[in-house]
Design a protein around this ligand. Structure first.
Ligand code: B12
Length: 218
């Protein structure tokens, strides 16, 4: 990780919200883009924190403090991202983290990037059940359903929703489904019948644009 990110990384690691926000804002003032701050510092730091948690070097309270610092950074940087947003809606997307899963930091980054790139996004938050997602997608007249899953036990919920869309005649083929999150792989997503997979928020936008083109051709 580059030296310019050391203060921010240390502040997140310590779970110090005030220092995290201040370090992030200093980087923005120095001309570093919010996206770069996330991809080059915040995300790798969270991966480190997750690894430390797995090795029992830190425990849940520390992971929660770090996550809270990241949420405060997201809130502080949001206006800088939104400033770049485009006007015309390129498509309509319902996004949520799947049943039983409360992780939303990555989902929120994906949501913001989609909005910044011109999509109208309805955010269902966390712990969204397949039925809730499908109903919301129909009510919102969505083109795309975007699901985030961060834990292995969350994966069956992704599959359940894709299966439900197949079984329910009136929804069959109505929405494109894209998925992402730590335990989700491109191969798994394809095998489950998802239309798209994104490794990160930048790829999420590329995939959403490609899915909209597909819909246009269909
Ligand atoms: C922060 C965190 C928490 C926070 C969550 C705060 C929040 N509001 O999100 C707290 C402390 C609450 C938490 C709780 C728990 N956590 Co936790 N957590 C993490 C941690 C450290 C970081 C996750 C994160 O935010 N990453 C940063 C973001 C930016 O990355 P991301 O989510 O992957 O998103 C990117 C891409 O995946 C992609 N993406 C994401 N979603 C989508 C969607 C679409 C459509 C697309 C295209 C792309 C896409 O784009 C994003 C941006 O680039 C991870 C470690 C890790 N390696 O992931 C563990 C981790 C996910 N947690 C884990 C566990 C076990 C738990 C707990 C069960 C712990 C416990 N004993 O209670 C609970 C579960 C609570 C629940 N029911 O959900 C495990 C999961 C293990 C597994 N594989 O099943 C991990 C991997 C830690 C570990 N190594 O053990 N956690």
């Amino acid at each position: 990780m580059r030296n310019i990110f050391t203060d921010l990384r240390d502040a997140i690691q310590e779970g110090n919200s005030e220092a995290s926000v201040s370090a992030a804002l200093k980087l923005v003032e120095a001309g570093v883009s919010p996206l770069e701050i996330f991809t080059q510092c915040v995300e790798p730091t969270l991966v480190d924190i997750g690894d430390q948690f797995s090795r029992l070097e830190i425990f849940l309270p520390e992971m929660i403090s770090s996550a809270n610092s990241v949420k405060d950074i997201q809130a502080a940087l949001l206006p800088y991202l939104k400033g770049e947003a485009q006007q015309a809606a390129r498509g309509r997307i319902v996004i949520g983290t799947v049943s039983g899963d409360l992780h939303d930091i990555g989902k929120n980054i994906v949501k913001t990037m989609l909005e910044v790139n011109g999509f109208a996004v309805l955010d269902l938050g966390v712990d969204a059940s397949p039925g809730e997602v499908i109903k919301a997608a129909a009510d919102f007249n969505a083109d795309i359903i975007a699901l985030s899953a961060l834990m292995l036990p969350s994966l069956p919920s992704v599959k359940d929703m894709i299966d439900m869309l197949q079984w329910m005649e009136k929804y069959k083929g109505r929405f494109k489904v894209m998925v992402g999150g730590g335990p989700v792989s491109r191969e798994w997503a394809q095998k489950m019948g998802a239309d798209g997979y994104g490794d990160d928020a930048v790829e999420a936008v590329q995939v959403a644009l490609a899915l909209m083109e597909d819909r246009g051709r269909a």
